[in-house]
Structures are given as C-alpha cells and as structure tokens.
Design a protein around this ligand. Structure first.
Ligand SMILES: [Zn+2]
Length: 509
C-alpha cells in the first residue's frame, strides 16, 4: 500500500472511550475514576461513570499535548550527517540536506509526534526550494490532513543576512579567497515581502479546523523592519497569529543590542507586534525587564530546551517566565533530546533545569508551598500554553463538555509499578510517563493513534520510504564536499569573534 495516501483505520471510529483514571485539567483538578468520554461533532459531551471498570484498568486519559515550536523534520539532521554544533555554525551546515518531498518529510514528522501524544504543533517551515514555497506548503497541508493532528503553518518571511548576522560582503572579508565559495553567489533567490504575503493569502484557502496559517518572520536578524511592521499591522487587522524565533543565542542578543538603540523589545512594542497573538520561540537571552513587558502584553514564549542544549544556545528563561507570569509552551524545534519527539521528556527536562537553576526558595519560585503551583505551570505549558500558540484561545487543552475533543489515553501499568497513592498521580506523570506509554490520540473526535500506531498513515512505511530517498540522494553526491567544511566554518568563527555582527549598526530599512 502506498504511504502517500491515507489508509483506512482498521477499527471503526468509536464515539466513546472508557478509562480507569481521567485528569480533565491536570494540575488544577483532582483525578476522576471509571469515566466514559463521549464525543459529538468533534466536541466533548458530559462525562459519565462506567459501572464495570475492570476492563479499563491501567488506562488514563489526559488532554492532548501541544508542541509550541517545530520544523517538521521527518529526517533528523543527524541522520543526514549534520552534527550538532553552536547554532550559527550548525545553520551553515543545513545547506547539505538532501531535497525531500515536503509531504513525505512532514507526514513522517507529524506521525512521530502523534504517536508521542502530540495533538497540535506549530510548523515553522524551512523551505527546501525557496521558489517552491507554495507547493511545499500544500504538501505539508496534505501531510497534516493525512496524519490528523492540528498544524499551524508559519509562512517564513526572511531575506536579510542569510549567511551571518550582517552583510555577505563583510563576511567575505574574512576569507583569503572568497571566490572559491559558492555561498557568496549573488544570484541567490530572495522572496520579497509581497510574494510572502501573496503566498499567505493563497494558503489561507487551505485553512480548516485542523490546518491554519500564521505569519512566520523567521527572526529579527533575518527580516527587515518594513516586513516586521507590515506583518504586525496585518496581524492586528486580521487576527492572524505571528510566530518568530527570538534571542536564541548570545550572538543574536549582541546583534539586537547593536542594531536597536531603543532596545529590541521596545521597538517591537512600538510597532504593535507584542500582543497575545505573538509567540516568540526560544528567548534564551531575554532580560528580566523585557519579560515583564512580555507578560503585560500577553505574549507566549516557546521553551525549546533540548534544542538549546544541542545547539549550545543557552537556557530558556524559565525562572523569569515563572516569576513574571509570562505565558509559555513547550517546543521540540525538530531537535528533541533523542530525536524521538517525546514532549513528556522535554517537559521533565525543563522542570529539572528550573529546579537546578534556582534551588531553594530563590525569588519565591521554589518553596515547599509553591511546589504544587509549579507542577501546575508545567502542565499548563504542555496542555494549554503551547496550544494557544497554535490554535489561539479555542477552549481546548481540557477535557470538558463543549471543548474540542483532543485527548490521549496512556497506559499506566509501567509507571505505576508500585502501589502508589492516587494523589501522587500528577507527579508520577511528570516523572515517569514517556511516549512508549501512549496508546490512543484523538483530535477533534477523530482517532489519530490507535494501539500506539497512527491510523491515517503508516509511520514505518514513511520512514522506510524516506530512508530510501535519502540513501539514494547521498549516494549521488559526487563532489565529495565534506559535511563539515572547516575552512568555511573557521571564516564564520573569525567573523563573530571580531564582533563584526555588532559593528554595522545602521538599521536595515
Ligand atoms: Zn526553530
């Protein structure tokens, strides 16, 4: 059977599911027991109690998880020979990624996420062919539809500083023979803002309950100010969300400080970009006073801790987010710790870092009184904060009558291997549950994962097909270009070490 078409689920679509335990709003409400979940028109109807719970022993229902920031990498970068490195070096290696069909790549990533219990995701699209964005986006939309999870597609707006944070001509000064490097080609295609807006309009026709479009200015160092200001105004006019990488690394922080004399956050505030419609991904180098402004404007921050580890970026500003009450979600960024899209592990990691960064009762965040509140905030990020970055405020992230019917059922046999008091259940989920325990994912009332496997596509078949294509592409590489071009990377290092990214302080127009 072709993996490029939906295959019918082997089971009839159920209208109700029974579980031994149900956490309708983890961290806020106590567990319910022996419950039946029933769905009508994609929404939950009132819960009911089941008479004979024995057949449902070891099953727990939770709201579906939300992945607040990703790139839909069906083939992880390590799989094509791109080692992890500091972001600015790693970015320069991405050019060797083999071309992959957008549908296949995205479907594989979305299916892996679904089997980990992720019911919604922001897909920040990295184009493989800049001239084919519209076609690639249609492939991603088809993948989202085939797998069945909710996908917010962030249309990339870029065009500035493709090689380093500064002009290509300046970077060329750091190479004895720049003509030897095709990276300095002046014929590189750059999509204009007008083209990006036209593509956004065209893609809006594909929008549905489960596929939506966002503006995706890739990051302030890659986008001119006119584009940022235009997108800010369009977002205010239309309500369309905006999703942007922001202050991911120290070099980006330094660039921003040199290029925005009023302060980059004050600039973004002045142009109206800071609003509840905005998600900022990473934010590792946000300052305390900036976090206060983000809290006041209702901006959502996506914490992507595994990515930050792997690309030497820093830590999510988690203690500041908590202190100031900034809304936040959890994102995998296509770089989960073990390339397995396990967002439960990601949540655990973020929590552990918080506890390590501020041991004791520093700033009142961690104290015995606040432990429970802290647990609640991580659950809110996993179930609700990240979801709002994808769907806006749609009333989801909770199992309650009238809410969108997005939930997971996990097996608790493994994690409850000892006799454990019911009150410890939330703590147990954050400490032990992993993707291997996910049995069912339902999105909008549709069964996306059954018995741990996607119903709409076959993940093993997709992975096999991608593997075959990658092996073929890699075998056709004849110029023996090494994955790590040390001379090129050393030139980039010299550029940043000399602070060249901070010297041209004329604002981009
Ligand atoms: Zn990213």
């Amino acid at each position: 059977m072709s993996t490029l078409t939906n295959h019918s689920p082997a089971v009839a679509e159920p209208l109700s599911w029974s579980v031994e335990t149900l956490l309708a709003r983890p961290g806020h409400e106590r567990p319910l027991f022996n419950q039946r979940i029933t769905i009508r028109n994609g929404k939950f109807t009132p819960l009911s109690t089941i008479a004979d719970p024995s057949s449902e022993a070891g099953k727990i229902a939770l709201p579906a998880f939300a992945n607040a920031h990703d790139h839909g990498r069906g083939v992880p970068t390590l799989s094509v020979g791109i080692p992890d490195a500091p972001l600015e070096i790693w970015l320069s290696r991405l050019g060797i990624e083999p071309r992959m069909r957008a549908y296949l790549n995205a479907a594989c990533a979305f299916a892996r996420m679904a089997e980990a219990g992720i019911g919604s995701v922001v897909h920040c699209h990295n184009t493989q062919n800049g001239r084919a964005l519209l076609e690639e986006a249609r492939g991603v939309a088809a993948a989202a539809h085939a797998v069945g999870i909710r996908v917010a597609f962030a249309v990339p707006f870029a065009g500035e500083n493709p090689l380093v944070y500064g002009a290509d001509t300046k970077l060329a000064e750091y190479f004895p023979q720049p003509d030897l490097y095709p990276q300095f080609s002046t014929t590189r295609y750059r999509r204009t803002m007008e083209e990006g807006l036209a593509i956004t309009e065209a893609l809006a026709e594909l929008e549905s309950d489960t596929f939506t479009i966002q503006f995706g200015p890739v990051g302030p160092q890659w986008v001119d100010r006119k584009t940022l200001e235009t997108l800010s105004a369009r977002s205010a006019e239309t309500g369309r969300r905006v999703h942007m990488h922001f202050l991911e690394t120290k070099l980006q922080r330094d660039w921003a400080d040199a290029h925005f004399h009023e302060g980059i956050i004050h600039y973004l505030d002045r142009i109206g970009l800071l609003s509840p419609r905005l998600t900022l991904a990473h934010g590792c180098w946000l300052r305390d006073e900036e976090l206060q402004i983000l809290a006041e404007r209702g901006v959502i921050v996506s914490c992507n801790v595994s990515s930050n580890f792997r690309l030497s970026s820093g830590f999510p500003p988690i203690t500041g987010l908590l202190r100031h009450g900034v809304r936040f979600g959890i994102g995998l960024d296509g770089m989960s710790l073990e390339d397995d899209e396990d967002i439960l592990r990601e949540t655990r990691l973020l929590r552990g870092i918080t506890q390590s960064l501020c041991p004791g009762a520093e700033a009142g965040i961690i104290s015995s009184d606040n432990q429970e509140r802290l647990l609640t905030q991580y659950f809110d990020a996993l179930f609700r904060g990240g979801r709002e970055a994808i769907t806006g405020s749609d009333g989801g992230g909770i199992i309650r009558e009238g809410a969108p019917a997005d939930f997971v059922i996990a097996r608790t046999n493994r994690i409850m291997r000892n006799r454990i008091p019911d009150a410890a259940l939330p703590e147990l989920i954050l400490t032990r549950l992993t993707r291997q325990d996910i049995e069912t994912l339902v999105v909008g009332g549709k069964t996306v994962v059954h018995n741990g496997r996607c119903t709409g596509v076959s993940l093993p078949d997709l992975e096999n097909e991608l593997d075959t294509l990658i092996q073929k592409a890699l075998s056709q590489v004849t110029d023996l270009t090494p994955v790590i071009n040390r001379e090129w990377e050393d030139g980039i290092r010299r550029y940043y070490q000399s602070d060249a990214h901070c010297q041209n302080t004329v604002p981009s127009s």
